[in-house]
Design a protein around this ligand. Structure first.
Ligand SMILES: Nc1ncnc2c1ncn2[C@@H]1O[C@H](COP(=O)(O)OP(=O)(O)OP(=O)(O)O)[C@@H](O)[C@H]1O
Ligand SMILES: O=C(O)C1=C[C@@H](O)[C@@H](O)[C@H](O)C1
Ligand SMILES: [Mg+2]
Length: 163
């Protein structure tokens, strides 16, 4: 594999969960961008947002995106916000969008307090704004409500096997 697989989608779409499982099953290196940022700054995402603000987080996110060279990458939900990130992913990888409805995300994240923009922001508005961005850059789209996790993983493995 020369290109990375970038998993994209709204918060709670399963990028981290699915990415980790695939990398384990295929024994391919994996990076979760949020985890990389947290380790680098030695701070949790909520603390980064609280202490430094979203703009600072977005800068770190772009730096990490450009440095990571591993086969499977779980991005953060906001990776598509910057056009710079979208161009980079398009040029350097295969982009897989894990499509999930807002209702299902509400269900999955009902007890979450680790995602500042989910907890504090207008998440419905954010969701509506981002959907076209995910859709427009995706090379492949997988509906995470139509398929079980195992089936999603199988589909992604299929995509990888063609690279
Ligand atoms: N396909 C799925 N079906 C049901 N629940 C799921 C599915 N994928 C993930 N989940 C659950 O949704 C929650 C959020 O998943 P996860 O952390 O993988 O999302 P994410 O896309 O990485 O979010 P973020 O953008 O905030 O990093 C977890 O509790 C996870 O178990
Ligand atoms: O959707 C977003 O903007 C975010 C999603 C998470 O993965 C984290 O990257 C952070 O909480 C911001
Ligand atoms: Mg994640």
């Amino acid at each position: 594999m020369t290109k990375s697989i970038y998993l994209i989608g709204f918060m709670g779409s399963g990028k981290t969960t699915i990415g980790k499982k695939i990398s384990r099953e295929l024994q391919l290196d994996f990076a979760d961008m949020d985890e990389v940022i947290e380790k680098r700054l030695n701070k949790s995402i909520p603390m980064i947002f609280k202490d430094k603000g979203e703009a600072y987080f977005r800068i770190q996110e772009t730096v990490v995106l450009k440095q990571l060279k591993v086969p499977i990458i779980a991005t953060g939900g906001g990776i598509i916000e910057r056009s710079e990130n979208r161009i980079f992913m398009k040029e350097n990888g295969i982009i897989i969008y894990l499509r999930t409805s807002f209702t299902e995300i509400q269900n999955r994240l009902k007890d979450d307090n680790e995602r500042p923009l989910w907890v504090n922001g207008d998440s419905k508005k954010l969701y509506k704004k981002r959907i076209p961005l995910y859709e427009n850059i995706a090379d492949f789209t997988i509906d995470t409500e139509k398929y079980r996790k195992e089936e999603i993983i199988k589909k992604i493995k299929g995509i990888i096997s063609f690279q």
